[in-house]
Design a protein around this ligand. Structure first.
Ligand code: SF4
Length: 330
C-alpha cells in the first residue's frame, strides 16, 4: 500500500564507464550504461524496472544502493544525497538500502553456514549483543519460511527457492526500508517463482518495505509493481502505473515487449511485434532515437533527433519518449 511520502529521489543520473586503451591507459571511449534517468519512489510502493539484458537496469539498481558512484546526477534517500560517495552520507543510508540478487547460489558464500551468513551483517555493523542477534535471526527465519534447523546447513544443501529465501533473510537482517530486487526470481523454476513473489509481497505488507524490482520479464513485473519504467539503452523510454502501461502502451518498444506476453485465455493471441536485430552497443548508441534501427514505425526525424518525454493520459503519470506517441497510442 503506497503512502504519499517520497523515499527515493533519483535525479538525472548518468553512469559512463571509461574504456581505457594503450600503455598509458588513456580513455578512448565510454560505455553509456545509464544516461540521464530521473524518477522517484514513494514509501511502501513497488517500482518495476523492465528492459532487455544490457539496457542498464542492473547498473541503475547498484547505483541506487550506493555500490556505484554516478558520473553525474544525484540519488537521495529520505532527503540524504549519498551519490557524492561521502563516507558520512553512505554510512547514514547503508543499513536502510539493501539488495536481493539474481542468483542466490552465487551471492551466498558456499563455505559459510546459514548462521554465519545471517550473523555477518550484524558483526559488520558493530552489533555484539548475542541474544539480540539470535532473536532477530529467529524472527527472520520465520518471516521467510525457513526452520531453525537451516542455521547449521550450507547453501548447497538447499533448493534454489530456499537459497533465495536465505538471500532475502540476509537482505532483511538490518531492518532496511528499501530493497532493490535484481531479477530475484529469474534463476528459479516457474513453479517456485510465484512462491518467492508472494513472499516478497507478504514481507512488503508486514514490514512496510519499499521495492525497486528489476526484471526482464514483464509478467513478473506486472504481478508485483505499482508503477513501471521501461528502459532501453540506458534511458527511460516509457513510465506509467502498472495497469496503464499494460493496457495502453505508447512506445513501440514497450508494445513489442507486451506483445510477447501470452494471453491467459485459451485460443486468444496478441498480435506479435517482433523486433529486428539486437540491442545496440551502449558504447556507441545510435544517433537520434536510440530505438530507431529496430523500430517498425521509424521515420526520418527519428534518425536525427532524440524524442523528448511527453505526457499521456489524464493524471500526467504516463510518460513516453517517442516522436509519434500520439498516433501510436492505442
Ligand atoms: Fe520509433 Fe521514431 Fe518513436 Fe523512436 S521516435 S520509437 S524510432 S517512432
Amino acid at each position: 500500500m503506497s503512502t504519499s511520502e517520497t523515499i527515493l529521489n533519483v535525479k538525472n543520473i548518468k553512469l559512463h564507464f571509461p574504456i581505457r586503451k594503450g600503455i598509458l591507459r588513456r580513455i578512448r571511449n565510454y560505455v553509456y550504461a545509464v544516461d540521464g534517468i530521473s524518477f522517484s519512489v514513494k514509501s511502501g510502493e513497488t517500482l518495476g524496472i523492465v528492459g532487455e539484458s544490457g539496457c542498464g537496469k542492473t547498473t541503475l539498481g547498484r547505483t541506487i544502493i550506493g555500490l556505484y558512484r554516478p558520473t553525474a546526477g544525484t540519488v537521495e534517500f529520505n532527503g540524504t544525497d549519498f551519490s557524492s560517495g561521502r563516507k558520512d552520507s553512505l554510512k547514514k543510508i547503508r543499513k536502510d538500502l539493501q539488495m536481493i540478487f539474481q542468483d542466490p547460489y552465487e551471492s551466498l558464500n558456499a563455505r559459510h553456514s546459514v548462521r554465519y551468513i545471517l550473523e555477518e551483517p550484524f558483526h559488520i555493523h558493530g552489533e555484539t549483543d548475542r541474544e539480540k542477534i539470535k532473536e532477530r535471526i529467529s524472527l527472520l527465519l520465520d518471516h521467510v519460511g525457513l526452520s531453525e534447523k537451516s542455521l547449521d546447513k550450507f547453501p548447497h544443501e538447499f533448493s534454489g527457492g530456499q537459497r533465495q529465501r536465505i538471500g532475502i533473510a540476509r537482505a532483511l537482517t538490518l531492518n532496511p526500508k528499501l530493497l532493490v530486487c535484481d531479477e530475484p526470481v529469474s534463476a528459479l523454476d516457474v513453479s517456485i517463482q510465484s512462491q518467492i513473489l508472494n513472499l516478497l509481497m507478504d514481507l512488503q505488507r508486514d514490514l512496510a518495505l519499499t521495492y525497486v524490482f528489476i526484471s526482464h520479464d514483464l509478467t513478473v513485473v506486472r504481478h508485483i509493481s505499482d508503477r513501471v519504467i521501461v528502459m532501453y539503452l540506458g534511458r527511460v523510454v516509457e513510465s506509467a502505473d502498472a495497469d496503464e502501461i499494460y493496457r495502453n502502451p505508447v512506445h513501440p518498444y514497450t508494445k513489442s515487449l507486451i506483445s510477447s506476453i501470452p494471453v491467459p485465455v485459451p485460443g486468444k493471441q496478441r498480435e506479435r511485434i517482433v523486433l529486428e536485430g539486437n540491442v545496440p552497443s551502449p558504447v556507441s548508441p545510435p544517433r537520434g532515437c536510440h530505438f530507431h534501427p529496430r523500430c517498425p514505425y521509424v521515420k526520418d526525424i527519428c534518425r536525427t533527433e532524440y524524442p523528448s518525454c511527453r505526457s499521456y493520459g489524464d493524471n500526467g503519470n504516463h510518460i513516453a519518449a517517442c516522436h509519434f506517441g500520439d498516433s501510436l497510442k492505442i
